[in-house]
Structures are given as C-alpha cells and as structure tokens.
Ligand binder design. Structure first.
Ligand code: CU1
Ligand code: CU1
Ligand code: CU1
Ligand code: CU1
Length: 620
C-alpha cells in the first residue's frame, strides 16, 4: 500500500512541476484614437481602451486565458499567437476560417492554452484579414528556463531585457486599403505603399541607456508588408535568438527583419558617456513599387548616454540610398541553433508549390500557388476534420477541405519538405503555424529573365547544411526558391502563408491538415463559446469546405476563385479594335489627301513673299 502511494507520488512530480501560473486577461477590443507617427491622427484597434497593446509575459508551462470581447461596432476579429506551436491546442491557434469562426461584434470568445515547453520571443496579432495593420497586435514573451545551472537554456549573460517593435504604418484603415488594392483599377497588383515606419508603435524615440551595460534587445517586426533594416550607429548587435530559437552568437552591425520575424540581440553599451547615437529603422524600399516624396523611409531614434548632450540630428527621411548601401546586413541562412539538430532525413512527403501573381477574370491580381489562390472554406477546416467522425475514410481525403484552399493532408510523424519556387520579382516572408522548420536551401536572383527554380540534381542547391537554421518565418528572395523541412509531429490544421498580409488577402496560402486521424482519435472537442461565435455569425460548424455535412464529397457552393481572363478577345474587345481600325484608316486617308492637294501657284508665291518679310524683319 505504502509502496503504491509512493509510486503515485513519484508519478505526480512531473505534473506538479509542469503546472505553471495561470495568466487571465479580460480584453475588450475597441477603437482608440491615436497618432502613432505624429502626422496623422487615426483610429487604432486597442485593448481595454488603450493602444499600444499590452505585452504578455509568461514562463514555460504557464496557462494563458484571454476572454476577448469584440467591441468593434463593425468588424470581426480573431487572435493568433504567432510562433506558439499550440501542441494539443489547435483550436486556440486563431486564424479565422482555419481553426475558428470570425468573432463578430458583441461576441466574447475565450482563448485558453498552455504555452507548454516553448520559450523566447513571440507576438500576438489579429488573424482576420489584414486587421493587425490597424493595431491589434502586441508582444508575447516566454522567459527562458535557466533553472538547470549546468544546462542553461539561455547561456548568455545580460543586465536588462528590453523590447522593440518596428513596423510599417498606414494612414488609411486596412479595409479601405484593401478596397483600393484588390480591384481591377490596380491591374499590376501594386501593393499599398505605407506612409511611415514605427518604432515601438511611435516615432522619434529616445532611449536612456546606462554605460557599460549589456542589453537583451528583443526586436519584432509587427508590420504588414515591408522588411526593416535596424541599426545603432557605432554599436554592434550579437544575435542570440531567432523566432524563439536560441542561436550561436552572430555579430552584425545591422539587422534585416522581415514582417513577423523576431531577432533577439545582445547590445553592449560604451563605457564612456560623452556622446549620444542614432538608433535607426529603415523600410526596405526595394519592396515598394514607387516612392512617394512624403514617404518616411528612414526613421531616426536615439540612444541617450547623457541627457545634457545634444542628440545628433535626425537623418533625412528619404535619403535612403546612402544609408542602406552602407549597411552590409547579414544572411539568416548562416545562423546556427545553439542546440544543433541534424538535417532531417530525406522527406517522406514533398510539397512543391510555384508562386505566381496573375490577373483573373474580374481584373484583380491574385497570388497563386500552382495556379490556385486560397479562398476561405465555409466551415473552419479544423471543424471539417471533426465532421468526419464515423467516416474516417474521408478524414484523409484532401477534397473535403476544398478545391480552392490548397490543402495537403500529412501523415503523423512523416518528414515533410516544402519546395517553394518564387516566380515573382517580389520578396515574400513565409510563415508556418504550429511548427518551426529547417531552412535547408535558398537562392534568388534579380535577373527576372533567368529565374532560379529548385532542381534536386543541382549540387549547389542540395548542398544542405548539416545543422540547418530553424525558424518560423523565412523570406524567399526575388525569382528564387526556398526548401524547408519539418516533422509532422503536431496534429492540427496549420496555415502556411506569406506574412505580407496584402499577399494573404490575394490568397497566398496553403493549408496543412496534419495527422487528422490523430486529431479524431484524441477526441478533440470545440469549446462551446467557439461554437457560439459561429452561430453568432451564421457559419456552419459541420461539413466540408462548402458547408455540406450530408455528402462531404460534394463541394458544390464552396468559395472558388474567379475564372481566368478569357483567352483572345471578348465582344467588347472586337468592337474596340474595329473602331480603332476604322479611325486609323480615316486618319491615314486624311494625311494622304492633304499631301496630294495641289499647291496653287498663288499660294506658293504668297509663302515666298512671307518668308522674305520674316528675313527682312530679322536683318533690321
Ligand atoms: Cu503564426
Ligand atoms: Cu503571424
Ligand atoms: Cu508575399
Ligand atoms: Cu498566420
């Protein structure tokens, strides 16, 4: 008996150690008037009548409960916790139409999950269209676990932990921007140009530092579109964490941070305090189709050693050429996780997607993977998995998740490789929910005529690192490719998409339905308040991507992309070309007629006389 009790006590030790603090938040989401860049007051989406939004800080194995009430009068919301694997909590992941219904005005929705064994720098943001650009975003930090003296998770010493967000900023609200972007009046699909770059959600920041101090600086790009260069004049950064992954120290003068990426650096201040320095963030102008004169590419902030000393003047906000050229930057492909994990084995399953931008029949430019743009399913895809209870033959059938969702079903624990060929001259930061991935190959070129496509027989491309970089958001360069690997060990429906939210609006996403049979057998259930949110907005909670729960193989009525532009000419086109031709013939005939007209003798004499008169006047 006593022995049995001892065994029970022994078993409960890990459970006791694993159960952390509960962080409970009641968040009312509403509009708050703000003036982030000091130029243009506008509404931002705040929490509990405040904006900027709070930072969540937790420890490993802590539980986070957020009761979110949507107090926006006119917009649906959702919340995603970027970088958290949500192992066992797929229904708490947050992307609308994938793992939940949009939260409509007046509805309260509870996010409740354990952060389990992750640590590092993350963030939360709305996953409802491009709404986080309107301000519904904030940092999420999980403390490093250094309890084990001899095997510290984060072995670097520092004095102070400081957070910094950067991001592009628009004066218009996202829905209005999308209206002007996704239209046939924007036939080139040019992305909306931001007006400014923010630094901790504001501008012209002064940061009082202590001399001879090591700061742990957590830098997050919470913007919608443009990557940022970040540097402090005459100071160096040592990168120690990337997207929640602790890495070997890597020294650099400047960082290049794509949207949604995080870099944690050590920054040691100088011993002397006789000068203050600029802390600069610069938008990557190469991503912009044109550069309006009032666009603030360069933002100057300052680190202040001595308040009584003058600050160096702000850099010209549009003299970017010189600034960026002097920044050598670095290549995140060369970063190495501190805890090395070998290159994953040869893949069991390879997904190859080719990215193109194409104009469809409605005249709008869409982003395509293998000719298909992502159109949201009518039932959140996770709920579709659960709809197959009783008929598991259907669970692994990609068809039920929609023909226009780019869905791929993964088997449990297989090694998955994603080969992504970017047949577009733009840069795209790709993000996978529920996982980190190894970045095993990446090439690009500015030469649009010689696009680089991944070729498994090309030894340059397949010279994979032994211990590849691991992260959750990686940028693919222009006309190039990335090759990623991960293990399908986290059952759930996970979004893989470009984090440039304008491109997500254009449909640049695939859905990974990972080990759906395990999701079923583990008896995943949807919390009642999540079901209530669907009822409130009138979305079905059962059925395939078309909302059909009688015949899951019948996709009639699903959201599909517009038809392609018709090949050749439409009737309107024929009419236009006929009219143009007739007008051209009339024009030619007129010129011919004029040329053949006889110049009469009288006329000729008249002209000569006039010429003499002009010459006479000139001589005088
Ligand atoms: Cu994410
Ligand atoms: Cu994200
Ligand atoms: Cu993109
Ligand atoms: Cu996402």
């Amino acid at each position: 008996m006593i022995f049995n009790q001892f065994i029970l006590w022994l078993i409960s030790i890990p459970l006791i150690l694993a159960s952390g603090t509960i962080h409970r938040f009641d968040w009312n989401v509403s509009y708050v008037m703000a003036n982030p860049d000091g130029i243009h007051p506008r509404r931002m989406i705040g929490i509990n009548n405040q904006w900027p939004n709070p930072t969540i800080r937790s420890k490993k194995n802590d539980r986070v409960i957020i009761n979110l009430t949507n107090e926006l009068p006119d917009k649906n919301v959702s919340l995603h916790f970027h970088g958290l694997f949500q192992r066992g909590y797929n229904d708490q992941d947050g992307p609308a139409f994938v793992t939940q219904c949009p939260i409509s005005p007046g509805v309260t929705f509870t996010y409740d999950f354990n952060v389990t064994d992750q640590s590092g720098t993350y963030w939360y943001h709305s996953h409802m269209g491009s709404q986080y650009g309107d301000g519904l975003r904030g940092l999420f930090i999980i403390e490093y676990d250094n309890n084990d003296e001899y095997n510290k998770e984060f072995p670097y010493e520092y004095d102070e932990d400081v957070t910094l967000s950067v991001g592009d900023h628009y004066h218009l609200e996202s829905p209005e921007i999308v209206k002007n972007f996704m239209t046939r009046f924007n036939p080139t699909g040019a992305e909306p140009i931001p007006q400014n770059g923010l630094f901790n959600e504001t501008k012209n920041v002064t940061w009082q530092v202590n001399p001879d101090t090591t700061y742990l600086l957590r830098i997050v790009n919470m913007g919608l579109f443009t990557s940022h260069y970040v540097y402090i004049e005459d100071h160096t950064f040592t990168i120690v964490e990337v997207d929640g992954v602790v890495v070997e120290p890597y020294e650099t003068d400047s960082l290049y941070v794509a949207v949604a990426q995080r870099y944690v650096v050590l920054m040691k201040t100088k011993k002397s305090t006789d000068k203050n320095f600029r802390f600069v963030n610069v938008l990557d102008q190469d991503m912009l189709d044109f550069l309006p004169l009032d666009l603030q590419i360069v933002s100057t902030n300052w680190i202040v050693y001595d308040k009584s000393l003058e600050l160096p003047p702000a850099l010209p906000f549009n003299q970017f050429h010189k600034t960026i050229k002097s920044l050598v930057g670095f290549d995140d492909f060369d970063l190495r996780p501190l805890r090395k994990v070998n290159l994953l084995d040869e893949p069991d399953y390879t997904i190859q997607v080719n990215l193109t931008m194409e104009v469809l029949g409605d005249g709008v430019t869409y982003a395509m993977f293998n000719g298909k743009t992502f159109r949201p399913p009518k039932v959140p895809s996770l709920y579709t998995v659960l709809s197959t209870h009783g008929n598991t033959n259907l669970t692994t059938n990609e068809l039920i998740y929609g023909t226009n969702t780019n869905s791929f079903v993964l088997q449990g624990d297989e090694v998955v490789e994603i080969i992504l060929n970017n047949m577009d001259p733009g840069k795209h930061p790709f993000h996978l929910h529920g996982h980190n991935f190894q970045v095993i190959s990446r090439f690009d070129t500015d030469d649009e005529d010689n696009q680089l496509v991944f070729d498994p027989t090309n030894e340059t491309y397949t010279n994979y690192p032994e211990f590849p970089m691991v992260r959750d958001t990686v940028e693919v360069g222009p006309n190039g490719f990335i090759v990623l690997r991960f293990k399908a060990d986290n059952p759930g429906v996970w979004f893989f998409h470009c984090h440039v939210d304008w491109h997500l609006e254009q449909g640049l996403a695939i859905l990974l339905v990972e080990d759906p049979l395990e999701l079923l057998s583990s008896n995943t259930t949807i919390p009642q308040n999540h079901i209530d949110a669907c009822n409130a907005i009138g979305m079905p909670i059962k059925g395939n991507a078309a909302g059909n729960d009688i015949d899951l193989l019948d996709l009639y009525g699903e959201n599909i992309q517009p038809n392609p532009l018709p090949a050749g000419f439409t009737n309107k086109g024929y009419l236009a070309i006929t009219c143009c031709t007739l007008i051209a013939i009339y024009g030619l005939w007129s010129i011919y007629n004029y040329g053949m007209e006889d110049i009469s003798k009288d006329n000729a004499e008249d002209v000569i006389e006039k010429l003499y008169k002009i010459l006479d006047d000139y001589d005088k």
